[in-house]
Design a protein around this ligand. Structure first.
Ligand code: TXA
Ligand code: MG
Length: 334
């Protein structure tokens, strides 16, 4: 039987979650909803299942995966426990931000296949809050390795349809849990002598700095650029639409051709008229809304065959730090 890609996303009913558990236990891949972005999940303890993730995404195998767990107790399956006292203190100061859009890099357990961590001594773990993902984790009893469910370097998916569009023929099923409420990948922190921010997200650097009682700057890489060697997935070009993405500049003229516009708040009618399409991400310029809808807007405009997309920008603080991080990567053509 040939299955049309559109048949592969299934509303996340009890029965569908049961079917997803069976696929995962059998070493297959399943597209899963989380509050940040959709993930491409496999049993983290099954090396050959994990290898399928890299093949499906076209992801270099030196780029490690995040392991998802239902709660802190389940962390012992994949983390070397107990933690060192210094790391434990840092961990306890932020652990109540779970379940949520936060990933913590910790020393790994020997049980975990090397493929998950790309041979590193650490593992990135996350306890997501999405109710469907929580049910899946609890019912399957498996730690689930899951990167964002996009082809490597393309924009992350925030709906089940996005997953079908990019990977529909490479997964056993996609569980549809609705549009993601955060819309930006999780904040990643590494604990150790000094805690560090590896990827900004909806849990802000400011919140983390307050918890650890350190200046925000101490969490950031010295040159403010994303960490390159330690998290290979942080290479600059990432999350990119195929259409050139430019930052709005009131003093510059709009480029020739059919141009799309991503606006963080409504535009004046006169300005709107100059674009082939305008997507307004928030009625009020609320950056949490902007984050929620940004990737869907990029994907939608990218599918229109435009000559360019122009986007608003914002100050790189709070959740704006994550938004500007993703926009700079998306605009980068190196
Ligand atoms: O919100 C999210 O985090 C989503 C959902 C599905 O949970 N997942 C996600 O995964 O964004 P991915 O693979 O697209 O991004 C994970 C990032 C990569 O840049 C990877 O290099 C980094 O986490 N990473 C994974 N393990 C690491 C480790 N042990 N040390 C440092 N960085 C690590
Ligand atoms: Mg990703």
């Amino acid at each position: 039987m040939t299955v049309s890609p559109n048949m592969r996303s299934v509303a996340a009913t009890d029965r569908a979650i049961e079917a997803a558990c069976e696929f995962l236990a059998a070493g297959e891949l399943v597209g899963v909803p989380t509050e940040t972005v959709y993930g491409l999940a496999a049993n983290a303890l099954d090396e050959s299942a994990v290898r399928k993730i890299f093949a499906a995404k076209g992801r270099p195998d030196n780029n490690p995966l995040i392991v998802h767990l239902p709660d802190v107790a389940a962390m012992r399956q994949v983390v070397r426990w107990p933690l060192d006292p210094v790391v434990m203190d840092q961990f306890e100061a932020i652990a109540d931000l779970w379940p949520g859009p936060l990933t913590i890099v910790l020393p790994r357990s020997e049980r975990l296949p090397d493929a998950v961590t790309a041979g590193q001594a650490t593992v990135a773990v996350r306890i997501p809050s999405h109710p469907v993902m929580q049910q899946l984790l609890r019912r399957s009893g498996l730690p689930l390795a899951a990167p964002s469910a996009n082809r490597s370097k393309y924009v992350s998916p925030t709906t089940a349809q996005h997953v079908v569009d990019g990977l529909g023929d490479r997964v056993s099923m996609v569980l549809d849990g609705g549009a993601c409420t955060i819309g930006l990948e999780s904040t990643i922190v590494a604990l150790g002598e000094q805690p560090r921010l590896l990827r900004p997200g909806a849990i802000t650097a400011e919140t983390l700095a307050t918890r650890w009682n350190v200046p925000v700057e101490s969490l950031l890489p010295v040159d403010q650029r994303p960490v390159v060697l330690e998290a290979p997935g942080m290479m600059l070009q990432h999350y990119s639409p195929r259409t050139p993405l430019l930052f709005a500049d009131p003093s510059a003229s709009v480029p020739a051709g059919r141009v799309g516009r991503i606006a963080f708040a409504p535009l004046a009618p006169d300005e709107s008229k100059t674009f082939a399409i305008v997507r307004v991400l928030s009625d009020t310029g609320d950056l949490n809304r902007v984050g929620q809808h940004l990737f869907a807007a990029m994907r939608e405009l990218d599918a229109m065959g435009l000559d360019a997309i122009i986007t608003d920008t914002c100050a790189a603080e709070g959740v704006g730090r994550a938004i500007m991080d993703r926009l700079k990567r998306a605009a980068c053509r190196e």
